[in-house]
Design a protein around this ligand. Structure first.
Ligand SMILES: CC(=O)SCCNC(=O)CCNC(=O)[C@H](O)C(C)(C)COP(=O)(O)OP(=O)(O)OC[C@H]1O[C@@H](n2cnc3c(N)ncnc32)[C@H](O)[C@@H]1OP(=O)(O)O
Ligand SMILES: O=C([O-])CC(=O)C(=O)O
Length: 369
């Protein structure tokens, strides 16, 4: 009951977690990680089945056509303090997009799907623009989603250079693994918001605000902060001893649903190793392995999705405070799937609270208090 543990709040056919096996629309993440692209996963999440070649091409073309940002977004980003919180910038930008969409309050199936494409197509470009504008660089407007992939396009928009194939493949794998996760806190927030028949943009804004917390999506950034604080492998043990003694959380460990380990780690750990080898710098990887052993021994806690993804993003050269925004790019596909599902068969989500406060208190006039 506390923290709504194990409470069933709605029905879904998008994602299941049963006996530690994570499935999107019935497909295991093992199958998807090995075989799918992120674009195929987007289609699968929204339409309930894998696309054929033509459907996949149409989705990518649709995203490419809709990816151009309103110029006002760039003007808005120039108003932000460069040091401002990047997730808050993303949240405001998505909210701002509402004002350029003439179908906002049309909740029909067709309009909802068109808006989903528009949001999915733009979110990566917004994240790249946030980073470039705060660095005093001009945002890049090329779009290659139709010909290449969202992963490749994003890295291109961020750096201005064609990314290495190993980097594109790694990011694509991360996007697949982060795309969907049943009724996690941010997805729940999105569903609650749109269950009032509010619009898709409001749902995504609620979700971004929820993912932003360090107990949820921001744990990946906190993992990088921890690794930086530790600095080298000889300091891992004393650092963790101190944290455990102080009763502090070790970021990137523990999970509400997985008590025997997060199935995504099986893919992220070797990916972190592959990229460390590619970069010829395995310091963080070695530290991470040691942290994992100690935390498992002393606290019986296993790493979650945010632990090794922090190492992958670091090797990709992505600034630490964009890690959660990359999670948001990917999870937007899952949030949108849940919003579409909620709107298709809507019922207001309004649980009850168990009252534990004072009972039958009598009024006292202000002069007598
Ligand atoms: C994408 C994601 O959102 S994945 C999660 C990302 N978040 C993090 O990595 C932050 C660190 N982890 C945590 O804070 C928690 O493990 C959560 C929020 C993810 C899950 O929380 P809960 O389901 O409420 O954890 P739960 O109650 O089962 O924890 C059991 C015990 O382990 C402790 N614990 C759980 N995680 C950690 C941790 N990372 N470090 C230290 N202790 C922990 C709890 O404090 C609790 O101790 P207690 O029984 O002495 O009070
Ligand atoms: O399901 C959760 O509580 C958190 C999580 O792992 C995710 O959102 O991917």
């Amino acid at each position: 009951m506390a923290g709504m543990t194990d409470v069933i709040a709605c029905e879904t056919s998008i994602c299941s977690i049963e006996d530690g096996i994570l499935r999107y629309q019935g497909y295991t993440i093992d199958d998807l990680t090995k075989n799918a692209t992120f674009e195929e996963v987007i289609y699968l999440l929204w339409y309930g089945r894998l696309p054929n070649r033509l459907e996949l091409k149409a989705l990518k073309e649709d995203m490419a056509e809709n990816s151009k940002l309103p110029p006002e977004i760039y003007a808005l980003l120039k108003l932000y303090a460069p040091w401002g919180n990047a997730m808050a910038k993303l949240r405001t930008c998505v909210s701002f997009l509402t004002h350029f969409d003439d179908e906002v309050m049309d909740h029909s199936f067709g309009a909802d799907h068109r808006k989903a494409i528009r949001i999915m197509a733009r979110i990566a470009a917004i994240v790249a623009a946030i980073d470039r504008i705060r660095k005093g660089l001009e945002p890049i407007e090329i779009n290659t989603i139709a010909a290449h992939s969202l992963a490749e396009t994003f890295l291109w928009l961020l750096t201005g250079e064609k990314p290495a194939p190993i980097a594109v493949k790694a990011l694509d794998t991360c996007l697949i693994l982060h795309a969907e996760h049943e009724l996690n806190a941010s997805t729940f927030a999105a569903r609650v918001t749109v269950s009032t028949m509010s619009d898709i943009y409001s749902g995504i804004v609620s979700a971004i605000g929820t993912l932003k917390g360090p107990l949820h999506g921001n744990a990946n950034e906190q993992v990088a902060i921890m690794l930086e604080e530790i600095g080298n492998i000889s300091r891992v043990e004393p650092y963790l001893d101190q944290k455990i003694k102080n009763g502090e959380l070790i970021m990137g460990f523990g999970h509400r649903v997985y008590k025997k380990g997060d199935p995504r780690v099986k893919y992220l750990r070797p990916l972190a190793k592959e990229l460390a080898d590619w970069r010829q710098d395995s310091r963080w990887y070695e530290m991470a392995l040691k942290i994992e052993t100690i935390v498992q021994d002393r606290k019986a806690l296993m790493p979650n999705v945010d632990f090794y993804s922090a190492l992958v993003y670091t090797s990709l050269g992505i600034p630490r405070d964009l890690f959660t925004l990359i999670f948001a790019i990917s999870r937007t596909s899952g949030w949108l799937a849940h919003i579409l599902e909620q709107h298709e068969n809507n019922q207001l989500l309004r649980p009850r609270a168990k009252y534990i406060g004072k009972k039958e208190v009598s009024w006292v006039a202000v002069e007598d208090r």
